[in-house]
Design a protein around this ligand. Structure first.
Ligand code: B12
Ligand code: SF4
Length: 576
């Protein structure tokens, strides 16, 4: 195996408050593919334990680049890029080029798939964009990079070159100062040829997912370094492993980037790994890494309920103790109702379910192809089967009217979600690059904006704007202390509960059940605050009052936050 010449980075995300950290599987899949092809890579997860300061990331990158140079190699750095981290990645790329102008800077993932040309136009420090799935592309890129650097013939290069999709002249060296390489034969790559940007044809979606090596998790920090799952059903903390058992989704929600991500390459929208292949990875994760909670991060794990059940039942047949969770849609929960008793029996603890709205009109506008009644049934089925629902919600969307907000809040109240954390009331449809909603707003409203940013829009109903503003003010003024306390309790309570269960088993009760019950009530008192604010704001606006003239609403929320914080401080010491 050659020495590592490539550093793959999952860059720090300073924007997303709810970002809690999990092993970044994208770069781990790339490293595994490289390893299978006889090449090595180093991985850097810059979100472990919170976003790493940029200075620290650049120090690590500088060390890597200098190390490769010392060995006489030519460094390359690959960075994952969702639309949230464009500025950070641009700064990082500039740093890399400043340290070594001939280092190769590659970006891949969602944003480069939708904004490849614009990235190369706007960020000269980035050399290449990889569109779509990256395993085969990164292998071909690194083979070609190494061959080009050493002057050896490139064996990965096809004898007949693939016709480019955009107009371009035959291969010519890259612009000055950058090591000249012709990338014209590699599918799924957008690159610079002199002053021209060349968009190579897309790489078809991988339909043989079983052939992919399992993600190279050994190159990432161990599972112990990430937040565990507090399984209060089994009364134990479990090491949690994320997994991807399938790719793509056959639906078309207009706020989702999945379709454009895989659609660019054409081919099947949804592709699943075989049951045997998924179970083999679970066994490896259990044996090598000690995982006993599996979170299936597939876009939509429940497209084939029979397959989903077969995976967990086959794994259960190995005799291992485990729990699991997955992401899906409410209509699939309803269609797959009969599978839930067996899924629960196998260890299902929670399902992340795309409820999105309590308003049928909003659901239609978001092309969700569900309905409020389906949403209600899905939550009922989960509840009846003792499976927790992780609710995905979009409180505000471009077409929201006051009545849609009323319907949303009514649904939240009816379903016992008043106080749900992370807060449903702050959620807003983001016109992210690659989403049909963004293209629709560009066409219908003539909106234009920087592709590297979420496209701003106005609500059509000015009363909705007023309510939105009130919640934004809450987040701006009180967000930091409110989130800090909420996360402290969210993380602490299940651990305390398990501690209590275990201590009771050992007949020594240093944690009082009364304290725990009080803390749970305080958590609820805390998380209700923004919901209550929305309720009061909505009622006033519906009565025709202006929220700009009601500063006491926020003052009341602030006082409640201070009061809950004070009570929590009094409760925490005896149990911490
Ligand atoms: C798990 C997950 C998370 C986790 C992240 C955990 C982690 N450490 O990775 C959490 C819950 C924290 C999260 C948060 C957010 N997420 Co998220 N998330 C996902 C999810 C469900 C799975 C990601 C995954 O592991 N995929 C599997 C791997 C194998 O695929 P991959 O990462 O895309 O990598 C492949 C290619 O993209 C490519 N590639 C990727 N990086 C690179 C780099 C190079 C150099 C190359 C060559 C190739 C390459 O090759 C890889 C292998 O084929 C995806 C949807 C999905 N199923 O993909 C959404 C998704 C990525 N998330 C999305 C969003 C919007 C967010 C948030 C902004 C949500 C929010 N508003 O808070 C935040 C952003 C945080 C952040 N900076 O990532 C969007 C991205 C859309 C966009 N335009 O960027 C997606 C697509 C969901 C969607 N339906 O739209 N997310
Ligand atoms: S069901 Fe989920 S993954 Fe599928 S298109 Fe809708 S939001 Fe995207």
């Amino acid at each position: 195996m050659t020495l590592p010449e490539l550093l793959l980075i999952s860059p720090p995300d300073y924007q997303t408050r709810e970002f809690r950290g999990a092993q970044p599987l994208g770069i781990a899949y790339l490293a595994a593919a490289l390893r299978a092809a006889g090449m090595a890579a180093e991985l850097l997860d810059a979100n472990l334990g919170g976003p790493m300061p940029l200075e620290q990331v650049t120090q690590q990158v500088s060390r890597f680049v200098a190390g490769v140079r010392q060995r006489g190699g030519r460094p390359a750095v690959g960075i994952s890029m969702v639309s949230q981290v464009v500025d950070t990645v641009a700064a990082l790329a500039e740093h890399i080029k400043a340290a070594d102008p001939q280092a190769l800077v590659i970006v891949g993932g969602y944003h480069p798939t939708f904004a490849d040309r614009e990235i190369l136009e706007d960020y000269p420090a980035i050399d290449l964009c990889v569109r779509g799935e990256g395993e085969q592309t990164i292998v071909e890129l690194m083979q070609h990079w190494q061959q080009a650097a050493t002057g050896q013939p490139d064996l990965s290069r096809p004898s007949v070159s693939v016709p480019p999709s955009s107009s371009q002249s035959p291969s010519a060296p890259c612009r000055e100062g950058v090591f000249p390489v012709d990338w014209g034969h590699i599918l799924g790559v957008t690159w610079r040829q002199g002053e021209e940007i060349v968009v190579n044809p897309s790489r078809p979606n991988n339909t043989a997912l079983d052939a992919l090596p399992f993600p190279a998790r050994d190159l990432l920090p161990p599972l112990q370094a990430y937040a565990p799952y507090a399984d209060t059903v089994a009364g134990k903390m479990r090491l949690k492993a994320s997994m991807i058992s399938s790719r793509g989704c056959p639906f078309h929600c207009n706020f989702c980037a999945i379709i454009a991500f895989y659609g660019d390459a054409g081919g099947m929208a949804w592709r699943g790994r075989s049951v045997d292949n998924v179970v083999a990875e679970m066994v490896e994760l259990a044996e090598r890494d000690g995982a006993s909670h599996f979170e299936f991060q597939d876009d939509n794990f429940f497209v084939q309920p029979k397959r989903a059940l077969a995976i967990v039942q086959q794994y259960a047949a190995t005799g291992r103790d485990f729990s699991f969770a997955f992401l899906t849609r409410p209509d699939q929960v309803v269609k797959g109702e009969r599978y839930f008793p067996a899924l629960r029996q196998a260890g299902l603890r929670y399902v992340s379910v795309g409820i999105e709205s309590g308003s049928d009109a909003s659901l239609v506008r978001m092309v969700k192809q569900t309905g409020v009644e389906v949403n209600r049934r899905a939550l009922e089925i989960l509840h009846n089967n003792d499976v927790a629902a992780q609710v995905e919600f979009i409180m505000f969307e471009p077409g929201s009217l006051l009545e849609d907000l009323q319907a949303n809040l009514h649904f939240i109240e009816q379903q016992g979600l008043f106080g749900y954390f992370p807060p449903l009331v702050f959620t807003c449809l983001l016109l992210m690059p690659g989403t049909p909603a963004r293209s629709q707003m560009e066409q219908e409203r003539g909106l234009t904006g920087n592709i590297h940013q979420v496209l701003p829009y106005d609500f059509i109903d000015p009363q909705v704007t007023e309510v939105f503003q009130l919640l934004n003010d809450f987040r701006r003024r009180l967000g930091d202390p409110w989130y800090e306390l909420a996360f402290k309790l969210l993380d602490g309570l299940p651990a305390l509960e398990i501690g209590l269960q275990q201590e009771q088993a050992a007949a020594s009760g240093s944690i009082s059940p009364r304290h725990l019950a009080q803390l749970k009530l305080e958590f609820f008192a805390l998380t209700r605050i923004p919901y209550q604010l929305l309720r009061e704001g909505l009622d006033l606006v519906a009565q025709g009052q202006s929220l700009a003239e009601r500063p006491e609403l926020l003052a009341k929320a602030e006082a409640e936050l201070a009061e809950v914080s004070r009570r929590v401080q009094l409760l925490l010491p005896p149990v911490s």
